[in-house]
Design a protein around this ligand. Structure first.
Ligand SMILES: C[S@@+](CC[C@H](N)C(=O)[O-])C[C@H]1O[C@@H](n2cnc3c(N)ncnc32)[C@H](O)[C@@H]1O
Length: 256
């Protein structure tokens, strides 16, 4: 179902927070919400909620689905450096668009990423970066194939694929089963999607569902394998009773 010819066709789009993203012709969708903004969205929907819930951990392993322009990975490094955290972070990030990653050394990133420019360039060239605090690995190829081969156990998943309507195979119940299989017992998943079908797919794989509200943007979802005290809990059994026709997205409806 993926279109290699369209893959190279992308246009730069300026978001409302002043940061740049791309528009993908292959998926007919921007890489970020242009309203929420690429950097703002990464920080508010993924990095800040994750690090506030995992602040006691000295070492975190993050699955960043998928790398794209790398905003979620780079915003994580930016946040850690800005907050002077000593947390060691290992990021694994599937991505099948090698041409995109190779082009990132010339992408016009925001000034916030200036002091990690050397990391961006190294990743763009080697698809890998490592120092005493950070290890970043791009898993080149189809995420559906690379995720089941991951041997690390994951603390945090940034679930930031193109939307379920445009890239359903990265939102199915079976996909979330593979993700759940490599998650630690207290793992978290952050996503911009608030769709009932997505939340059901997560719930059917043991995730509890919570609402995350951030400043100046639409609410999003935090899913967790253990109960969280400070977030608004969504009773999925009640949701199912009220909406009996709602279903998770399934592999069998698409060509894998
Ligand atoms: C919405 S973008 C990710 C944006 C990224 N998180 C960021 O912050 O820049 C989705 C990415 O998923 C990649 N992708 C889509 N389907 C994939 C698959 N099956 N396996 C690997 N990468 C995939 C696309 O090439 C694209 O780069």
């Amino acid at each position: 179902m993926y279109d290699e010819t369209l893959r190279s066709q992308k246009e730069i789009v300026l978001c409302e927070d002043g940061t740049n993203t791309l528009y993908s012709k292959e998926f007919d969708e921007p890489y970020h919400s242009t309203k929420d903004g690429a950097l703002h969205e990464s920080l508010e929907k993924h990095v800040k909620p994750s690090f506030s819930l995992k602040k006691e951990k000295e070492k975190l392993t993050i699955l960043d689905i998928c790398f794209g322009l790398g905003y979620n990975t780079f915003a994580t490094l930016y946040y850690i450096k800005k907050q002077n955290l000593s947390t060691k972070v290992h990021i694994l990030s599937p991505e099948f668009d090698e041409g995109l990653i190779r082009s990132l050394n010339t992408f016009d990133y925001p000034p916030e990423f200036e002091n990690i420019e050397h990391i961006i360039k190294t990743i763009s060239q080697d698809l890998y970066y490592e120092d005493e605090q950070f290890k970043i690995e791009i898993l080149l190829g189809d995420a559906r194939k690379s995720i089941p081969q991951i041997n690390e156990m994951i603390d945090i998943v940034y679930q930031d694929a193109f939307s379920p309507a445009h890239n359903p195979l990265l939102w199915t119940r079976e996909y979330f089963k593979d993700v759940r299989a490599i998650c630690k017992e207290d793992a978290l998943l952050t996503t911009y999607s608030t769709a009932a079908s997505v939340r059901l797919g997560l719930y059917e794989n043991d995730f509890l569902i919570f609402v995350h509200r951030a400043q100046m943007m639409r609410y999003s979802t935090v899913a967790s394998l253990k109960m969280l005290e400070d977030l608004e809990y969504i009773d999925m059994e009640l949701k199912k009773e009220r909406n009996p026709t709602a279903q998770s997205i399934r592999d069998l409806n698409y060509n894998l």
